[in-house]
Design a protein around this ligand. Structure first.
Ligand SMILES: Cc1cc2nc3c(=O)[nH]c(=O)nc-3n(C[C@H](O)[C@H](O)[C@H](O)COP(=O)(O)O)c2cc1C
Length: 468
């Protein structure tokens, strides 16, 4: 069962929400004793959630509800939603329906938004904050789409705006604000940035140890020293992110950075049980486990429906090894499972299970080379990114069209109103001409309103006749 999302408040309502509920002395940006109190509150809150260590990172189109539930079932202690576009989320019911769902077991939950306008950010977050443990601000997206929309890591060019976004959310939302950041090339600038976020009211900081310029994670190792420097510079809880392939990596990253938790993204896609405590720390998922986990994921999709493109993405990632052997099934999954019919996908995966069993092996013998597979995955990721950009552009264009239509609608209403008034006037004038004749036997003007009476008194006969 998924839970319903409240209707959108207006941006104006959000702008005033919470503005008088907190004493002004305790409002961000904090310094001195107020900062200390903020740090204490942040820790009390984090601890009240059980001090979660193992986090599912935000992933567009991939950290959706059934995948979060799958990771939670295998050791993840908290999870982020995919990034939600605050303006689209606020203004489009359809976008909200497609991109956000949750359920009672989906906690602790970070609901992540990208935003560049404080009121829009707050208003969007207000719609879902009751389902969130943190409202997260994406300050790390390095993609072209983020550059065009001026959000994510590109806000690093306007730290004042970031401060305004965080301050607004921290003072007006009912739930704490967290931020997910990247590093600046200059570590002292990163430290200054992190301290600014803490003082602005950020209650938890997730640090992806790469620069904005790095779009391909596999090409550059995450800078764990950079994350450690941020951890040492702020007092609020910090999560470390980058290059965690197994539990032993996660433990090493925590030890190296002294962070309070670790988040993983891409490695979880092929190993949702990465945070499982029942595994050897250095172990990674086996091929048979991958198949089992995929079936489990599809069962979760039956309970928590998800978009076909997201589901297919997960199936491909989880069955990567086997589908490199059973290439005909790979193509059928690609071709036949696009319509969103879960039964088709499940039966294809069941067929794969039979073929795996028939081999008598617990490992695949790939027909596709590793290079070819990587190439296909890169191409698929590129297509997904293009589709996501197109979806965002179409959503924004629809909002733009609705906004542009507004003055036109207003004008049409005005014209209609004027036409009605003119009609009324003409009726009144007509009545004015007819009354004296009809009421000739009565006292003339008894039934006329005052202006009509006046008009009668003052109108020359010829003017009254043409209805001027
Ligand atoms: C498919 C995919 C989608 C992502 N989407 C988001 C996102 O919506 N928001 C965000 O802050 N980071 C996003 N990221 C970045 C990850 O959260 C994470 O910071 C990055 O991948 C590094 O972690 P990793 O080495 O564990 O993959 C995404 C990464 C991947 C692979």
């Amino acid at each position: 069962m998924t839970v319903a999302v409240a209707d959108a408040p207006t941006v104006e309502a959000a702008a005033h929400a919470g503005s008088s509920s907190q004493p002004s002395v305790d409002r961000p940006p904090y310094s001195g004793a107020a900062l200390e109190a903020h740090v204490q509150r942040s820790w009390d809150y984090f601890k009240s959630l059980g001090s979660p260590k193992w986090h599912v990172a935000p992933m567009v189109d991939q950290s959706e509800l059934p995948f979060r539930m799958l990771c939670r079932a295998h050791g993840a202690e908290a999870a982020y939603t995919p990034m939600l576009h605050s303006r689209l989320f606020l203004e489009q019911h359809k976008y909200r329906e497609e991109h956000f769902s949750t359920c009672p077991g989906d906690r602790p939950l970070f609901i992540q938004f990208c935003a560049n306008d404080p009121d829009t950010f707050v208003a969007a977050a207000q719609i879902v904050q009751e389902h969130a443990d943190y409202i997260d601000l994406n300050l790390g997206c390095p993609q072209r789409i983020a550059k065009r929309g001026f959000y994510g890591a590109f806000l690093m060019d306007d730290l004042q705006l970031i401060e305004q976004l965080v301050t607004a959310a921290a003072s007006r939302l009912a739930k704490p604000v967290s931020c997910k950041i990247r590093l600046f090339p200059d570590i002292s600038k990163t430290i200054e940035y992190a301290r600014m976020l803490q003082a602005a009211g950020c209650s938890l900081l997730a640090v992806h140890g790469r620069l904005r310029e790095c779009k391909d994670n596999s090409a550059v190792r995450a800078d764990w020293d950079g994350i450690a420097a941020v951890r040492a510079a702020v007092q609020i809880p910090v999560l470390a992110n980058g290059d965690v392939q197994c539990m032993a990596d996660a433990q090493r990253l925590m030890a190296h950075t002294k962070a309070d938790g670790v988040m993983s993204a891409e490695p979880l896609l092929s190993d949702p049980a990465l945070f499982s405590s029942s595994r050897q720390p250095e172990a990674t998922i086996s091929h048979m486990e991958s198949y089992q986990v995929c079936v489990e994921y599809l069962d979760l999709v039956a309970s928590y429906p998800s978009h076909a493109r997201m589901v297919k993405g997960h199936v491909h990632k989880l069955l990567r090894g086997w589908l490199a052997e059973f290439t005909e099934l790979r193509e059928r999954i690609q071709r036949d499972a696009s319509g969103g019919d879960l039964t088709v996908l499940r039966s294809l995966v069941a067929e794969l299970g039979e073929q795996i069993a028939a081999t008598g092996r617990d490992y695949p013998i790939p027909k596709l080379t590793e290079r070819k597979l990587k190439q296909m995955e890169k191409e698929a990721a590129k297509q997904t990114s293009i589709q996501e950009q197109e979806r965002e552009a179409a959503g924004l264009a629809a909002i733009g069209a609705a906004v542009a239509a507004e003055p036109q609608q207003q004008q049409q209403q005005l014209v209609q109103q004027q036409q009605q008034e003119t009609l009324l006037q003409q009726q009144q004038q007509q009545e004015g001409r007819e009354q004296p004749q009809q009421l000739g036997k009565q006292a003339a003007g008894d039934c006329l309103d005052e202006p009509a009476q006046k008009r009668q008194q003052t109108m020359p006969a010829e003017a009254a006749a043409v209805g001027v």
